[in-house]
Design a protein around this ligand. Structure first.
Ligand code: VGL
Ligand code: ZN
Length: 202
């Protein structure tokens, strides 16, 4: 068991990000056994869960004339238009059936407000509205985070960069992540994480 100042953050291992899902990440389910095994090393395990209302503004079908993967300008900045995914209460929003959820100390849901997306487990996409995860971790004396999950270039990336900015020591285990890789987004995310001081571990 690792020391109590360390936590494992498992990001968005949900049916819609796995093959057959609404926003399937290639090979997404392959990381589940390795994540399950890694949970045994940590006294604190946090799962994040993308959890959108059906009317969510990040869905292309809710923006007239927009197709999935186009960009739009939101008041908080550029936003990718996504296919419908992780609608609250749907099968696609549930964790992958094989993911262990019993060891989770906390499950944090995000992307619940119609008008703003939330890739990061710490802040919504305005980079201001907090989810409360920082308070949870800091109040428990946790300063070192290991991150795994989906997708490397979006939710893992945003969560890792935010955590580094909040002062955590952050390690992303890349073989327990999979990427969407939209127009070079994986390379950009890797560079951005490294620039933020996140340790990328193959
Ligand atoms: C994610 C796009 C939209 C992710 C969530 O989990 O990486 N990506 N919503
Ligand atoms: Zn989403």
């Amino acid at each position: 068991m690792r020391p109590a100042n360390q936590a494992l953050i498992v990001i968005d291992v949900q049916n819609d990000f796995c093959p057959g899902g609404g926003l399937a990440v290639e090979d997404g389910a392959a990381i589940v056994p390795g994540i399950n095994a890694l949970m045994d090393e940590f006294a604190t395990v946090v799962l994040t869960q993308d959890w959108h209302p059906a009317s969510h503004s990040s869905f292309a079908e809710n923006q007239p004339g927009k197709a999935p993967y186009e960009m739009i300008d939101m008041p908080y900045g550029p936003q990718v238009m996504w296919p419908v995914h992780c609608v609250q209460g749907s099968h696609g929003a549930r964790f992958h059936d094989d993911l262990r959820t019993d060891p989770a100390n906390m499950i944090i849901r995000k992307g619940m407000r119609r008008e703003i997306d939330s890739y990061s487990g710490f802040f919504e996409n305005d980079h201001e509205t907090a989810t409360g995860l920082d308070g949870y971790l800091k109040s428990r004396g946790i300063d070192t985070l290991t991150m795994v999950g989906l997708a490397t270039d979006f939710c893992v990336n945003f969560t890792a960069v935010d955590a580094a900015g909040l002062g955590y020591k952050v390690r992303v285990v890349e073989h327990l992540c999979r990427a969407i890789d939209l127009d070079g987004s994986l390379a950009a995310a890797r560079a951005g994480m490294q620039a933020a001081g996140v340790k990328l571990e193959s």
